[in-house]
Design a protein around this ligand. Structure first.
Ligand SMILES: C[S@@+](CC[C@H](N)C(=O)[O-])C[C@H]1O[C@@H](n2cnc3c(N)ncnc32)[C@H](O)[C@@H]1O
Length: 380
């Protein structure tokens, strides 16, 4: 079963260049190369979301913050809008379209948006929600690891901003049939793209014990990874795992419940990351970004756990130093990856009000970088 895991973690489901144009609509007359100016400089407090944040002089009230759709409550909505600084005819890629809440704010302010999501259910919800913007909005099903190929296919040459609001939407969690939730019985699936190859049940029922332990430890930072893996392997000798709550109950029998957090939280996070290959996909997408952002264009990323944030933080750090040095080098060198200015050092977290209203926002952290005008020599 090592083969299965390796295939999952290494396989690149290449985007079919033919399908983009069919799925996309109303983009044919978009300007391609109109380079925008640098978005207005902002001087916001770091580490937390400023109470006065107001893309269009709204206050940070519940009303302005919420993109109410019943599908997903957009996280850090005002902050994302503020930092992307949408304006007439700027072009953005919302690479995690979800329920379309962030895109809607950009469209409302006159921007054009290409929305990408690997989940066809999200796409169809967002298309219908944003149908009144159909001259400025296009939606495509695909994995954001392929965003460069997708943009090339539809004739886009540059972006004024790119948004990655990582992870899954509330709708995906709440729909027991998708298998993301440990609190509702459902099939152990966890694929964001329902056509993806491997489900969580296939991993759980086929992986070797060491592989399972590694997945739980590396992707869930689960300290009881080996005990849980061993119990899973023992139990599946009698009966394969099919149901989410079946797995959650087994984990709870090993790690007793303490506090509010369900003991299976980390195992479920780990499985979801493995099934959707989330960390590798993020790294691959980030490596493409400098080629697509116009000078002054902004990369805005919301991550929801430390593994994602670590990748984002170290990528931005690597690309925002003009000079690099190592003790063994005779002298410092120019950094070939230098292409970003960090808009803030620490990242922004949601306000207390937002977390109170939407507890799922509690672990969010937003980071923003701005594309500098130099060429990218980095090919990663
Ligand atoms: C947190 S939700 C986005 C919510 C959205 N910003 C809103 O305001 O409604 C994340 C979305 O990204 C999608 N997604 C996650 N990883 C993806 C990937 N690698 N490629 C494409 N879509 C992805 C998920 O299917 C989900 O719909």
């Amino acid at each position: 079963m090592r083969e299965l895991i390796s295939r999952l973690l290494l396989n690149r489901n290449s985007y079919s260049a033919n399908c983009g144009a069919n799925i996309l609509y109303h983009l044919s007359d978009w300007p391609q190369d109109d380079c925008r100016g640098v978005p207005e400089q902002v001087g916001l407090r770091q580490g937390k979301s400023p109470a006065s944040l107001s893309p269009d002089n709204q206050n940070n009230s519940n009303h302005s913050r919420k993109a109410v759709s019943g599908y997903h409550e957009s996280v850090l909505l005002n902050e994302v809008t503020h930092y992307l600084a949408p304006g007439d005819d700027k072009l953005f890629l919302d690479a995690t379209l979800g329920g379309g809440g962030h895109s809607e704010q950009l469209l409302k302010r006159g921007a054009k948006v290409i929305g990408l999501d690997q989940d066809p259910a999200a796409l169809s919800f967002a298309k219908s929600r944003l149908s009144s913007y159909d001259d400025k909005f296009g939606a495509i099903q695909g994995n954001f690891r392929d965003f460069g190929e997708i943009l090339s296919t539809i004739g886009i040459t540059g972006l004024d901003g790119l948004l990655l609001d990582l992870g899954i939407s509330s709708r995906q969690v709440d729909d027991a049939e998708r298998g993301f939730s440990f609190s509702k019985p459902g099939p152990l699936d966890m694929r964001m793209d329902p056509d993806a190859e491997i489900t969580a049940a296939e991993l759980i029922n086929n992986c070797e014990e060491e592989e399972l332990a590694r997945v739980f430890y590396e992707y869930g930072e689960e300290r009881a990874s080996r005990r849980i893996a061993s119990a899973i392997v023992e139990r599946r000798k009698d009966k394969f795992f099919e149901c989410t709550t079946d797995l959650a109950n087994l984990v709870e029998s090993i790690i007793p419940r303490r506090g509010k957090k369900h003991p299976a939280t980390r195992v479920f996070q780990a499985l979801r990351i493995a099934v959707n290959n989330e960390l590798r996909v993020l790294e691959e997408a980030l490596a493409e970004v400098p080629k697509w952002l116009r000078p002054g264009g902004r990369l805005v990323i919301i991550s929801f756990h430390s593994l994602e944030d670590r990748i984002v933080k170290s990528y931005l750090k690597r690309c925002s130093r003009s000079i690099i040095d190592k003790p063994e080098w005779p002298e410092p060198k120019k950094n070939p990856d230098y292409c970003f200015k960090l808009v803030m050092q620490k990242g922004v977290i949601p306000s207390k009000d937002e977390v109170r209203d939407n507890p799922r926002a509690r672990s969010a952290r937003l980071r923003v970088a701005e594309r500098l005008p130099m060429q990218v020599s980095n090919t990663d």
